[in-house]
Design a protein around this ligand. Structure first.
Ligand code: HEM
Length: 183
């Protein structure tokens, strides 16, 4: 079992980070859509947003680790059969996934901190409200959070379809590498 990435495969740290982030993103999206529809008397009315924020802040920390790990152990180069356009598409696509994910999380933080109150994480500790009181902060951040979350999830779906196309149609190692197999 190889922890670091090499020139031919992803190591287990990157694989674990990739799939846990994917699970968290789709889970947070579903939880977010569900919780905004809860009525006033639901038992989850307060617990669901608390959970959403706690997981979101944990995801932020995981994404910082993931970025750091990318510098410590860079990902393998694209499989040999990827043409110039595919490589370019993958580079921009991955950059968009990283950027939109950070933007969604930062917008989410700004919604919660608009009134100057910190955010508890699983009831264990609190992340302070560093930015508050901007004009219409909660509303603007809320719109950005919602639309970017949709863009992120739709794009992640396209990214997953591309991975499946590589696997089942091109029959190359793109997806297998992200599942721990060697190219
Ligand atoms: C929200 C969900 C997802 C996000 C944010 C995401 C993000 C990323 C990013 C940023 C990379 C670039 C490698 C890296 O920097 O670690 C990557 C690679 C990859 N992802 Fe995802 N991903 C998601 C879901 C999925 C799903 C559902 C699949 C497959 C069904 C998938 C398959 C892959 C594969 C095969 C690679 C390797 C591509 C290569 O080596 O060129 N991802 N993903």
């Amino acid at each position: 079992m190889q922890l670091r990435n090499s020139s031919s495969r992803y190591g287990w740290v990157s694989i674990f980070l990739h799939w846990s982030v994917a699970l968290a993103v789709f889970g947070l999206f579903a939880l977010g859509l569900w919780m905004v529809g809860l009525d006033y008397y639901s038992a989850w009315r307060k617990a669901a947003p608390d959970l959403h924020k706690s997981i979101g802040l944990t995801l932020f920390a995981i994404m910082l680790l993931r970025l750091l790990w990318r510098f410590v152990s860079p990902p393998p180069p694209a499989p040999n059969n990827h043409g110039r356009l595919t490589r370019l598409g993958a580079t921009f696509g991955h950059a968009f996934l990283y950027l939109s994910l950070f933007a969604v999380m930062i917008a989410g933080y700004l919604i919660s901190t608009a009134d100057g109150v910190g955010i508890p994480v699983f009831g264990l500790f609190e992340i302070p409200a560093l930015v508050s009181g901007l004009p219409d902060q909660a509303d603007v951040a809320g719109e950005v959070h919602l639309y970017l979350a949709w863009a992120l999830v739709i794009f992640a779906g396209v990214h997953a379809l591309a991975a499946l196309k590589h696997h089942f149609i091109d029959r190359d190692a793109t997806l297998a590498r992200m599942l721990g197999r060697k190219a």
